[in-house]
Structures are given as structure tokens and as C-alpha cells.
Design a protein around this ligand. Structure first.
Ligand code: GLU
Length: 304
């Protein structure tokens, strides 16, 4: 059985009866407060439903990787009492599966080679108009774009409600394999959410828009779509998202209690004052027992 067939087997056989959530950090830096919020929300949402919580290291973009960040991220999750189920999945180990899916898409004309540069697309208004679709261009130096047969111009988010997406972008044939030879995030994330049998994706609102494209890929693969819950993004006073790229400070592994409590507050969970004198395990336990998803602020951003 090849990888594509085994993925299809997962799609068909995964019962989807029990909850499976995940946290999927890219090892481009250490965890900051914004990543802690996403990790904690996805963990509590899974554990409050006796579900499984998986960790996936999204290391497909080697040039942006910080050497050793994966190990540090895992250490931080442990220090914060966020213990994962099953083995950690590294996307760098999934290359064969991604390649077979790309071959399958190309063979059955679900995708095509594209030679357009970013500058050319910018010139035509910033939206890709399918220029290369019928040109049968050679693979050398090309990006691969999926033929977007199932555009999602809106979707329902468990927390944010109906999310409307820019319809030109929603309809675009988007990139699933980059010109520089790297697998695109959209492809890898969807293949692995299927591969890991994820039933709900809980993450920050910075990934709200890409969700539409991910739904398109699930549909193209004829796979069951997970539900999506996007929690507010922590932004600085100047309105910048905390991110590994803008060097947001890493959270402290030696003293996790204050940040954990702050993350619970950020998620609208009203932790009692006494929790500050408790152990990490006790704080997490309180979080699981008192988790109220409808108390998370329905906002896309919260200023710290
Ligand atoms: N790897 C992505 C990031 O660190 C998150 C992907 C996801 O949760 O879908 O921003």
C-alpha cells in the first residue's frame, strides 16, 4: 500500500467519534505568550472532553528554523503541564506522503505548474487569475497550484461564528508546492490533520483566513473536515501580533505559574486569586475542570 492509499484508509476508517485536538508550532523560535494561549486553549478544549491532545512540529520550512527550537518548545510545554498524547509528529518526516499526494494531484489534473512570480501577480491586482492553468508548463522551477474547485467564501467558526473571507482570495488556485521546492503550509497542515485524525483545530486568529483554503483542500481530498475554533490573538500596544518573527519574549520555563494564570485570564476563564500559590498541575487541573469555551472573548485580537 502506498502513502496515498494509507491516507485514504485513515480518511475512511478513522471513526471520528472521540475528540482529537492538536498544537502545531513551527520551530522558528521559542514559545511566547501568544503561543501559550493557543497551546493552552487547544489542550483544555481537548481535555475537558476527555479527548486526546497531540503535538506536531511543523518543520517544513528549514531556512526559517531555529536549530534546537523543537526540543525547547517540547520542554516548555512540559514545564507548563501541557503533556501530549501519542508520539510527537514532525512534518519533516512526512515528505514522502506529501510528495505522493502532489503526484496524485498532478496525475489526475487537480493541480498544475505555475511560473508566475510574485511581482507578476502583484501587477495583476494581487490575486492570481489562473494564468498558467491550461499552459501545461514544465515542472522545472514551477510552483504547483491546486485547481480550486471548492472555494469557501465563508465558514462557521465555533467561537467567532460566521467568518467571511475575501472572495477573490477564496477562489484563487493557491500554491501547494513552492517554487523554491518547499511544501506549502496549506498542504502539509491539511494532510497532517487528516493523518492524525484531528476532529477540531483550536488556534489563534492569525490563521482565520487560511482556514478557507484548508477547507478547500479537505474537500478536494474528500476528507471529513474538522471543526475550527480560533481564539483571540495577543497583540502589543502598537497592534503587532506577538510572533516568533518579531522576537516576542520567550515564556519562562522556571516560573510557569504567572504566565499560565495570565493565559487563563486572557481566555476569559476567571481563575481565582489563590491559584497563584498552586502547582502547575493544580492550575492545569483547575483549567480543565472549569473550562468554559463560551467565556472566551469573541474577538480576533486582544491588546496586552
Ligand atoms: N505552524 C503554525 C504556526 O506556528 C500553526 C499551524 C496551525 O495551527 O494550523 O503558526
Amino acid at each position: 500500500m502506498n502513502s496515498l492509499q494509507s491516507l485514504q484508509k485513515v480518511i475512511i476508517e478513522r471513526p471520528h467519534t472521540s475528540y482529537r485536538g492538536r498544537f502545531a508550532p513551527s520551530p522558528s523560535g521559542l514559545l511566547h505568550f501568544g503561543s501559550l494561549v493557543a497551546a493552552l486553549a487547544s489542550f483544555l478544549q481537548a481535555k475537558a472532553q476527555q479527548g486526546k491532545w497531540l503535538v506536531r512540529i511543523e518543520d517544513i520550512d528549514k531556512p526559517r528554523e531555529l536549530i534546537g527550537a523543537d526540543k525547547e518548545i517540547l520542554k516548555t510545554l512540559e514545564a507548563y503541564g501541557l503533556h501530549w498524547d501519542e508520539e510527537v509528529l514532525y512534518q519533516s518526516q512526512q515528505a514522502q506522503l506529501y510528495t505522493e499526494l502532489l503526484d496524485y494531484f498532478q496525475q489526475y489534473k487537480f493541480s498544475y505548474n505555475c511560473h508566475c512570480t510574485r511581482a507578476q501577480i502583484k501587477q495583476s491586482g494581487g490575486v492570481y487569475l489562473g494564468t498558467c492553468k491550461d499552459l501545461n508548463l514544465p515542472a522545472q522551477g514551477a510552483a504547483i497550484r491546486i485547481i480550486n474547485k471548492y472555494p469557501y467564501t465563508e465558514f462557521d467558526d465555533v467561537l467567532q461564528g460566521k467568518v467571511v473571507v475575501n472572495s477573490d482570495l477564496a477562489k484563487e488556485d493557491f500554491i501547494i508546492h513552492r517554487r523554491d521546492g518547499l511544501f506549502a503550509y496549506q498542504l502539509a497542515v491539511v494532510v497532517d490533520d487528516i493523518y492524525q485524525g484531528i476532529t477540531e483545530v483550536v488556534r489563534g486568529c492569525d490563521l482565520l483566513e487560511p482556514t478557507a483554503r484548508q477547507l478547500t483542500l479537505f474537500k478536494t481530498l474528500d476528507a471529513k473536515q474538522p471543526s475550527y475554533l480560533h481564539v483571540p490573538l495577543a497583540v502589543t500596544e502598537q497592534g503587532y501580533k506577538l510572533s516568533k518573527q518579531n522576537s516576542a519574549p520567550a515564556i519562562d520555563n522556571q516560573n510557569p505559574q504567572p504566565a499560565l494564570i495570565q493565559a487563563l485570564q486572557f481566555l476569559g476563564q476567571n481563575p481565582p486569586n489563590e491559584l497563584i500559590d498552586c502547582s502547575v498541575t493544580e492550575i492545569i487541573q483547575w483549567g480543565i475542570s472549569n473550562w468554559q469555551v463560551n467565556q472566551i472573548p469573541k474577538m480576533q485580537e486582544i491588546m496586552l
